[in-house]
Design a protein around this ligand. Structure first.
Ligand code: 26V
Length: 798
């Protein structure tokens, strides 16, 4: 149905009328989108079945990627791109009077993630399928993804997100494969068929129902599966409980995605979500495995299970439970299988995000799992005692259970065969600081896998103009081997390629300017520098430093009428966790600064500040190709990797950034003259943190520019919000500026001036831009996933 345009048009119109129940002429965009979606699903269904049956029969090792988040975004156009039929469909629809772009907008984002960690999982799915690796995802089918952000008077307001309002064409519900998940109750030690065993009694059971989504690879018949679990009442509800209460309690498990990334509030519902995901996934993996194997003794030779951060770490004790209680294996044998099956990625060193659960909460909810963790801990501490006799301090630090808490990172390290960080610097910090003791004890487990992004979504799909220019210049081999983008380096002085890059950027900026006007009624100068910071709002990401810099430029213009900076449009997009007051104040500050700068006749033709509401994947796809300057300005050592930085680089933006996360590797690849690096380095930050010596007051008192902008926060300069910014000012002065904003301010201003100077030099700028694109191939998630497959999972392409 996608091989021939005429045939496509015919089946599309027929299907539309059959399924929507209205005539073609009266159909809505929603009808049209649903129809096309169904056609794609049907088109891949036979390959999907073949892929599933192939791997199981062929005895290939498979990998399962367990993640509490999958931030997929929209799927229609990425599916068409991967199937290689986008142009045909676009042309066919056009002849029917329909714009593919409009159908694209009719799809809701699948926003089942907070940020980097969830989007990484989605990029990995795309790469696994495109590399024809047998790799599947397991996650939760949240009824509401990350909240929808509204800005009212400059303040963030959260609304429940509704991605399932019009159904989800990409999923297949499989109620016959549902699995029961027990919570609470008690564990009894009983004799059964002459053997002692544990049984879990009086549990409250929840039903996990799988919804399968096809994961379509690029230019391959491979179709993998993302299985998302939805919670429903089980057939037998507990007799002691009111049935309505029971229904609410069960459905709540997959109702909402927790919106507070990086803050571990230890809520029981979250622990329920984690066990729900883990138990359902393992049951489903083992059920399929058993169709072809009579026992689980060589499970780890056929199955790899990856845990995306510690959220699915209960896979370790759960797999132990299955092997011991159900398969009747000995502890040692089970432990060998478990540790050889599981691998773990750490995504942050921020202590606020490290998960730990109080025993009081954990033990009653998951009684058997708690017993098993106690046993793992006991044996681990005993081993440590052998290695470090008498070193109580070290053992207490490394224990899995200590001071009334279960530490999930420790469980993950002890129960897996591989622990990886997500960028070189991050892995070094893990090894040398945060997880030093563990690295000393298990040096062979630790390794680095620098993150990546799928170049199919972030270049082919979101920037077809750049894709076409690249194809015309170096051919199309880079699509399968993205590191061949490097061949573009030879064209960094080529005037016609430069012109193409310039035209591409201009076109993308024009499109974004139009979007900004439609959303906000704000006119931005298409020829200004588009300077962008889009990411979750966090103190360590330092959106505040960006805002203070804008205030400083404004102050300069007010004081010196001869100072006319190159026009700039500062674009922000960010959601703040609903309970994160400081982050919400920074959002308000962006709006207050915008109010002044965008309206003052002195500045309004030079500086524009735009905050794009409800930042999400589909918006990123429109912003990134239009960006000139990419802001990656976290306090060094705090951003594990960053992945937005890579998307901008691939689309020809110049990065202004600190030596943090993957920025370090970007600089090494592109060369220091093609990226603007400033500020403290990680070692320096960690030295101050350990030994002190930084006094933000000194910077406040000794730098007039700093004093001026900090004073403005509380002096009544922002007439609409007199008291709003006291907390921000306090964080800088009273709390000694934990993220070194004032310390790095001056070097940031200098770096910004250098960026502006480079932009004025057209030839130099375009050369930089081309070299950034040329060196971005390393950051394709195909490279990352290949490394995982070879060095951690030991799985091979089919
Ligand atoms: C932690 C928590 C704590 C409990 C409440 C809910 C919740 C949700 C998510 C997280 C994990 C946050 C960690 C994270 O997203 N890290 C980011 O991972 C990216 C992919 O590796 C990386 O590029 C970013 O630098 C890193 O911040």
């Amino acid at each position: 149905m996608f091989h021939d345009k005429e045939q496509f048009k015919k089946s599309f119109s027929r299907r539309l009328e059959q399924t929507s129940g209205v005539s073609f002429a009266n159909s809505t965009l929603q009808h049209q989108y649903q129809t096309l979606g169904m056609m794609v699903r049907e088109y891949v269904s036979s390959n999907w079945i073949v892929s599933n049956e192939d791997t199981r029969k062929g005895d290939h090792k498979e990998v399962y990627y367990l993640s509490i988040e999958f931030l997929l975004g929209r799927l229609l156009v990425s599916s068409l791109v991967n199937l290689g039929v986008k142009d045909l469909v676009e042309d066919g629809l056009k002849e029917l009077g329909i714009e593919l772009g409009n159908l694209e907008e009719a799809e809701a984002d699948a926003g089942l993630g907070n940020g980097g960690l969830g989007r990484l999982a989605a990029c990995f799915l795309d790469s696994m399928a495109s590399l024809t690796l047998p790799g599947h995802g397991h996650g939760i089918r949240y009824k509401h993804g990350l909240f929808e952000q509204k800005i009212i008077d400059g303040y963030q307001v959260e609304l429940p997100e509704q991605w399932l309002r019009n159904g989800n064409v990409w999923e297949v519900r499989k109620p016959d494969l549902a699995i029961e998940i027990p919570f609470w109750g008690d564990v009894q030690w009983i004799e059964k068929n002459g053997k002692l065993t544990y049984v879990h009694e009086h549990a409250e059971t929840v039903l996990a129902v799988p919804y399968d989504m096809p994961v379509i690879g690029y230019d391959t018949d491979r179709v993998n599966t993302l299985r998302l679990w939805g919670a429903e009442p089980a057939k037998n509800f507990p007799s002691h409980k009111d049935f309505m209460q029971y229904k609410r309690d069960t459905e709540q498990i997959s109702e909402f995605l927790y919106p507070n990334d990086m803050s571990n509030d230890g809520k029981i519902l979250r622990l329920k979500q984690q066990y729900f995901l883990v138990r359902a996934s393992l049951q489903s993996i083992i059920r399929e495995y058993k169709q072809h194997h009579s026992d689980l003794f060589s499970f780890h030779e056929h199955i790899a299970i990856h845990i995306n951060d510690t959220h699915p770490a209960l896979a370790i004790p759960e797999l132990m439970r299955i092997l011991i209680d159900e398969e009747k294996m000995k502890w040692e044998q089970a432990w060998t299988i478990v540790t050889n099956t599981i691998s773990y990625t750490n995504h942050t060193i921020l202590s606020e995000a490290l998960e730990k659960w109080s025993i009081d909460l954990f033990k009653p909810l998951l009684p058997r799992i708690f017993m098993i963790i106690e046993e793992i801990n006991k044996r681990f501490c005993k081993e440590l005692w052998q290695e470090y006799p008498g070193d109580w301090d070290r053992i207490a630090h490394m224990a899995i259970i200590a001071h009334g808490f279960v530490k999930m990172a420790h469980l993950s390290i002890v129960g897996s065969h591989s622990v990886n960080g997500v960028a070189k610097l991050h892995t070094e910090i893990l090894k040398m600081r945060e997880m030093k003791n563990f690295h000393e004890y298990y040096p062979e487990k630790f390794n680095n896998k620098t993150n990546g992004i799928t170049h199919r979504r972030w270049l082919l799909q979101s920037n077809p103009e750049l894709t076409a220019s690249i194809n015309n210049t170096i051919g199309t081999a880079w699509i399968a081997e993205p590191e061949r983008l490097r061949e573009l380096a030879a064209f960094s002085d080529d005037s016609s390629f430069k012109l193409e890059i310039e035209n591409m950027k201009q076109l993308k900026k024009k499109e974004l300017a139009k979007l900004i006007f439609e959303r906000d009624g704000l006119v931005v100068d298409e020829h200004s520098i588009f300077d962008v910071q889009i990411k979750r709002l966090h103190a360590y990401k330092r959106q505040l430093m960006n805002v203070l810099h804008i205030m400083h430029l404004y102050n300069r213009m007010k004081e010196d009428s001869s100072f006319k900076p190159h026009p700039r449009t500062f674009i922000f997009g960010a959601k703040a966790a609903p309970g994160y007051e400081y982050a919400k104040k920074v959002i308000k500050l962006v709006h207050s600064v915008a109010n002044i700068v965008n309206n003052d006749p002195v500045s309004k033709d030079y500086l524009k500040v735009v905050f794009l509401e409800n930042y999400r994947v589909s918006l990123a796809e429109k912003i990134i190709p239009a960006t000139n300057v990419s802001e990656q300005i976290s306090t060094a050592s705090k951003e594990a990797s960053g992945t937005g930085n890579m998307k901008f680089m691939m689309n020809g933006a110049i990065t202004i950034g600190t030596m943090d996360g993957a920025n370090v590797e970007m600089r090494d690849l592109v060369g220091h003259e093609n990226i603007s690096i400033f500020g403290l380095e990680a070692e320096e930050v960690m030295h101050y943190e350990r030994y002190g010596g930084y006094h933000s007051h000194d910077y406040y008192h000794n730098d007039r520019r700093i004093k001026q902008v900090v004073d403005q926060l509380t002096s009544g300069f922002f007439r609409d919000s007199y008291y709003d910014f006291e907390a921000i000012s306090d964080s800088l002065l009273m709390e000694n500026d934990q993220y070194f904003v004032l310390k790095d301010f001056s070097s940031y201003v200098d770096a910004q001036e250098q960026v502006a100077a480079a932009y004025k030099d057209r030839e130099r700028w375009l050369k930089m831009s081309i070299l950034n694109i040329a060196h971005s191939g390393f950051f394709s998630s195909d490279r990352t996933v290949n490394e995982y497959a070879k060095e951690i999972w030991n799985v091979k392409a089919k």
